[in-house]
Design a protein around this ligand. Structure first.
Ligand SMILES: [Zn+2]
Length: 248
């Protein structure tokens, strides 16, 4: 794959990074990432990935914009209320970077369709707002052998982790949430600056993983305290009895 002059101009400030260079930029261009959720986290993830020149983006979200989303979802404008988030995110990407091929999926991802939607991607970023979706996405990623960046933010707490094979996201949270299907943000509240922080971290983790910067982060979860404003990392042990990645 060869970068055009227009691409070399556009990405000059990241190609000049020794850790990225032309080789890294080509890896970004060759990469295919599925983003689940064009909400608060997606509003940070999607512009960062499209701006960085990820070659193919699939944006999965079955929701439409509500006015109460606007404080944390700067992908959207007041006039967008009632329209498909996946479609609006596609328009955003097309306006930002013509070198990115984006595909919207206007459906809720679940255990029945996740493998179909996620197959043939190099990495998945899950910014959905409920455990049932996160676990369905995790199980599909484990089955397909795709690394998963899982990101969540609620109240003043954020978490971001990279999971590859084992341990997986299910090793981290367990099985208790399979049946839970609540919208945490609607019930508990969250600030847009919190979801933007977590989403930007998730995008950076994804980009670093694709370019191979900073060593392998798999199996760690980064926790953000948005009140005290600090990050800490914990290492997740693999659960040998895990329903998704366990030895069975
Ligand atoms: Zn597991």
């Amino acid at each position: 794959m060869r970068l055009s002059d227009a691409e070399l101009d556009r990405y000059a400030r990241q190609i000049v990074l020794r850790e990225v260079g032309g080789v890294g930029q080509n890896k970004l261009k060759a990469a295919s990432i599925a983003v689940i959720g064009a909400g608060g986290i997606g509003s940070a993830v999607i512009p960062a990935l499209a701006g960085a020149g990820i070659g193919r983006l699939t944006i999965i979200d079955g929701d439409t914009v509500e006015v109460a989303n606007l404080h944390r979802q700067p992908l959207f404008r007041e006039r967008d209320a009632g329209y498909s988030k996946a479609d609006l995110a596609l328009q955003f990407v097309q306006r930002l970077n013509r070198f990115v091929e984006a595909t919207p999926i206007q459906q809720r991802i679940d255990a029945a369709n996740a493998r179909d939607f996620l197959a043939d991607h190099d990495l998945v970023i899950d910014g959905s707002d409920n455990f049932a979706t996160r676990l369905a996405v995790n199980d599909a990623c484990v089955a397909l052998g795709i690394p998963l960046v899982s990101a969540a933010g609620v109240m003043f707490q954020g978490q971001v982790g990279l999971f590859r094979a084992q341990p997986c996201y299910r090793c981290f949270v367990g099985d208790a949430f399979d049946a839970e299907d609540c919208d945490n943000c609607a019930e508990l509240g969250v600030l847009g600056a919190l979801t933007a922080t977590v989403g930007s971290f998730a995008a950076l983790l994804a980009i670093n993983t694709i370019v191979d910067v900073g060593g392998d982060q798999a199996g760690q979860v980064h926790l953000f305290d948005g009140a005290k404003l600090n990050w800490r990392a914990i290492r997740i042990p693999a659960d040998a009895a895990c329903k998704a990645c366990g030895s069975a």
